[in-house]
Write a protein that binds this ligand. Structure first.
Ligand SMILES: [Fe+2]
Length: 361
């Protein structure tokens, strides 16, 4: 008999990361309490303020010592300053940390909930942790409840925040949710344009994952199925449950591979023009024929089917300083660019090429 040496060969295989607990199905929000830790010192509910008038709080198991923070996710992309301020306020209220953090809303609210959870246990400003694997400690137990489908934030380990000098994700195993509730009834009232832009974020995640160099067979299966479902939803009238599934699968795929050229460029647009993530991605993807070929045509077919026209000349009002900041931002997105173009990405994806892509949007 051959005994295992007990040592792990880190060169073999890959750690596949995914959210360990899922509640799935229409109406399962009523079972959220099953996923939450006991109230103890109180749980923190971070809820998109747009949901306040929909009486979402009545559907949540909020106890007397829980804290509710209405987050203004609709105003602009979330920032490190907002996360720090919220964290400081929560820490200032009690000598005990919350026993859990629950994020209820779209991708921005999901990202803020993930960031606050880890910033309750990691010192300093969240801007210090924008990058890959910089967090030192696990966060507070966190649960995501998406009310918009597409961003994949419910499945990913990324919390994208606008910082003092860059828009960048906190990317860490500690910034993944411990559980998520995928309740399709929560996305039924999303406005048409928002549903499409966010859905195209999912479409683009799947394409970037599939076309990238960091893909593995398991991530490929998630992305392939996510892409099929997403296309079905927008071209054949698929259901909200299918869209929610596509979003989760796209997110799970990029956790275990990476995004690509579109995301590397879109953060610059959001930073300088304040574009929301899904819309910024659509503006960028519309000019990426040379990188994603047929997928860009498929994307345009979907847009036409929904009478959505992507604007052109969006950078025409920006001065050269702003253009240069966007180019510099894009050049910092090394991992997505390695995924999309390989280790020698800088040979073909030069500042001049990036600038001309921005000018063509
Ligand atoms: Fe995205």
């Amino acid at each position: 008999m051959v005994w295992h040496s007990g040592k792990t060969d880190v060169t073999k295989g890959q750690l596949f990361r995914q959210v360990p607990r899922l509640l799935f199905g229409s109406g399962v929000i009523s079972r959220l309490g099953q996923l939450l830790p006991p109230i103890g010192s109180g749980r923190l509910f971070i809820i998109d303020s747009v949901l306040e008038e929909q009486n979402i709080a009545k559907r949540l198991p909020i106890g007397h010592s829980d804290v509710v923070e209405w987050f203004p996710a609709g105003e602009h992309e979330p920032s490190t300053a907002q996360v720090d301020e919220l964290r400081d306020r929560i820490v200032g209220r009690s000598t005990y940390l919350p026993t859990g953090v629950v994020g209820v809303g779209g991708g921005s609210t999901m990202d803020v909930a993930k960031a606050v959870s880890v910033m309750l246990t990691n010192e300093g400003s969240s801007s210090q942790y924008q990058g890959w694997d910089l967090l030192r400690r696990p966060g507070v137990f966190k649960v995501g409840v998406p009310t918009l489908a597409g961003s994949g934030a419910e499945a990913s380990r990324t919390s994208v925040l606008t910082g003092p000098t860059k828009k960048f994700g906190i990317n860490s195993d500690f910034s993944m949710f411990d559980a998520v509730v995928l309740d399709s009834s929560l996305i039924s009232g999303v406005p048409r344009d928002q549903r499409l832009y966010s859905g195209m974020d999912c479409f683009i995640h799947c394409v970037e994952s599939l076309q990238g160099t960091m893909i593995n067979e398991l991530a490929r299966s998630y992305a392939t199925q996510g892409l099929d479902l997403c296309t079905k939803v927008f071209l054949e009238g698929g259901s909200d449950e299918e869209l929610m599934t596509a979003s989760f699968m796209g997110g799970a795929s990029i956790v275990n591979s990476e995004v690509g050229v579109c995301h590397a460029l879109s953060y610059g647009l959001s930073m300088e023009l304040g574009f929301r993530h899904g819309f910024a991605n659509c503006v960028v993807f519309n000019v990426l024929d040379d990188y994603y070929g047929e997928w860009v045509n498929r994307f345009r077919t979907i847009l036409r089917a929904h009478d959505i026209c992507i604007p052109k000349g969006v950078c025409s009002g920006l001065d050269s300083d702003a253009m240069n900041r966007m180019v510099a931002m894009t050049m910092k997105m090394e991992r997505p660019l390695i995924n999309a173009l390989g280790e020698d990405w800088q040979d073909q994806f030069t500042p001049g090429e990036i600038l001309s892509l921005y000018e063509s949007m």
